[in-house]
Design a binder for this molecule. Sequence first.
Ligand SMILES: [Zn+2]
Ligand SMILES: [Zn+2]
Length: 250
Amino acid sequence: MEVSFLGVGEACDERYPNTSVLVRGEDKTVLLDCGFSVPCRFFSHVRDADSLDAVWISHFHGDHFFGIPQLLLRLFETGRKKPLYFIGQSGIEDLVLRAMDFAYPSFYKKFGYECRFVALEPGQTLNELGLCWQGAVNKHSQPDLALCLTMDHKRLYFSGDGCPTPQAKEMAQGCDLMIHEGFLLEGRIHGHGSVQGCLDFAREAAVKKLAIVHLQRDERRREEADLQRRLENVSFCQASLPVPDDVIVV
Ligand SMILES: [Zn+2]
Ligand SMILES: [Zn+2]
């Protein structure tokens, strides 16, 4: 499993695109979240746009799904024929189609490819596209599903936004890679995690690798160099603060 960071930023970071991750396995490619600033990053990474099989949406804040109209538009322009799956919490079909209709009214019906929407209920295990998808609710200002995706016998945990619940903590146990938002260095802010919280969670869940994303822009600018050094010295897992274009092989 090869994991490429298209973006690592929060909603309004002028330096880093919204957090979005491209996951490529032996024969499947999945995009995790697609905020406003992600589609251009996606098309700079992916030459064969037909290779994309599915888009996961953790929740419906703009920095996690408002890039979808542009993504779909360009897939239409490239002549895509292959169906594209959207997987996320219930309501995903309605919200994606409404976003598309706001951005480009009446385009959707012209598409030469089908969008297939699959809702994942918290606690459910779904087998779709030969991959295993599990979701658990996170504590966030809007309902957010943390994902555990199993691909090529490797398990990837992706938080979306928010702090882990007991169900999310159980789901994360022993994952090969955890990608988790840490909005602040430490302390608490409503509906978000912290870097220290990510480290505590990764240790508790005994994950092998941890990538921290979605750090608040001012904290990141001020603390980035120190934080990278601090994460290099973490002993219980391989921890990092990725930048765009970084790749982690699991
Ligand atoms: Zn966000
Ligand atoms: Zn959010």
